[in-house]
Design a protein. Sequence first.
Length: 241
Amino acid sequence: MHLSIVIPAFNEEQLILDCLNSIRDSINANEKTGFTHEVIVVDNNSTDKTSELATQAGARVVFEPINQIGRARNAGAAVATGDWLLFVDADSLLNPGMVADILQMIASDRYVGCGSVMFMPDLPWWGSAAMKLWTLFSVTFRWASGALVVCRTDAFREVGGFNQELFAADEIDLSELLKKWGRKRNLKFTILTRHPLVTSPRKIKLYTAREITQQIFSVMFSPRKTLQNKKKLPIWYDGRR
């Protein structure tokens, strides 16, 4: 089994090495006969040293000039050679337990893919409440967070990958497509819960509760117009780091 790990990255020089190191350590802790992997970093038109640092760390770097998270993920998948794809955000950290669970899921031949619950350290009370609410939705509806999506490569390509008409929530769209693809083949899509993905709380720290609430309400009350317009999604695309 060959696993392609795809990391979309826009101006991630502060965190990309931590992400890559977590991948290396987690893979090394789960060495198995017949298991190989590759690491692909998609430089999504960065203006910092993201590409240089990733190359120095041994990752394959590809360039996607249009700044859009789904397009960056698709660009990485397009050059991937693995039987399975693992998309992880550059501000997130894999851990050995999670990778072990992913490999066990793959080996079972019962799943089309998975997501994971997340852990964000040092959240204010309202941030913790929002994370708990998202976790409830994620586990109940089997919606992957964009921070981690794992799936069979053939399924990903047959459903068309991430929807490039969406500038956010494309992981939920993909989750639904993968579930539909899997049902026809008696395969499940699940959310892993034993070893949460550690992901950066920077959005909570860089934006006020009011800004985040306004963004959520915009998506809730006008989802199509908001999700298809990058200018209406500043929390994802204004470049704050």
